[in-house]
Ligand binder design. Structure first.
Ligand code: ADP
Length: 183
């Protein structure tokens, strides 16, 4: 089974839920930059203080900062991993490729979770996280379209992209993902 994976998709598509489930069932390291940043904010570290206001606006935290977080985790890990919420723009994708080349590893598949905007917004509004009010959600969707969506074409050109319909139950979506990971 493929075990070096990226999860790509708009906010609300269920990346975090699916990534956590897959990581647990297949003993992969689940790296969510959103979760890691929220932990820094909660702990009140200098990094968290820098990230907090940016996240509250729905903008992206600096590439340097998230890359440092990802690098420190991947460097000390042996075995499979699943990146969720990173990379989020082309500069991050390029930095990740350089990091993986250093580690002599490569991405085996990019799972794109696709869902229409109306459903995304409903899901996010019902979740109620600090950055889940309507205005910030709209901004996150704009940021996604402008900065993250270009990665779809990037990974399609590399032959790594697999599209997965992200509607239905958690188990239905999970089964669709797993089908594509088995060689
Ligand atoms: P969602 O999937 O709902 O967008 P995340 O938990 O992935 O939520 O991210 C929440 C916020 O954390 C983002 O809006 C952004 O401010 C910040 N963030 C997470 N990952 C990154 C990243 N790779 N680069 C920059 N900012 C990030």
């Amino acid at each position: 089974m493929k075990q070096r994976l990226l999860f790509l998709g708009p906010p609300g598509a269920g990346k975090g839920t699916q990534a956590a489930l897959l990581a647990e069932r297949h003993q992969l390291l689940h790296l969510s930059t959103g979760d890691l940043l929220r932990a820094e904010v909660k702990a009140g570290t200098p990094l968290g203080l820098e990230a907090e206001a940016v996240m509250a606006r729905g903008e992206l935290v600096s590439d340097e900062l998230v890359l440092a977080i990802v690098r420190s985790r991947l460097e000390k890990h042996q075995g499979g991993w699943l990146l969720d919420g990173f990379p989020r723009n082309l500069a991050q994708a390029e930095a990740l490729e350089a990091l993986l080349a250093d580690l002599d590893q490569r991405i085996e598949q990019v799972v794109l979770l696709e869902l229409e905007d109306g459903v995304l917004i409903q899901r996010l509004l019902s979740r109620g996280r600090a950055d889940d009010n309507e205005e910030v959600i709209r901004n996150r969707l704009v940021v996604y379209q402008e900065q993250t969506a270009p990665l779809i074409d990037h990974y399609r050109q590399l032959g790594l992209l697999r599209r997965v319909e992200a509607s239905g139950t958690v188990e239905e979506i999970s089964a669709r993902i797993v089908t594509g990971l088995v060689d």
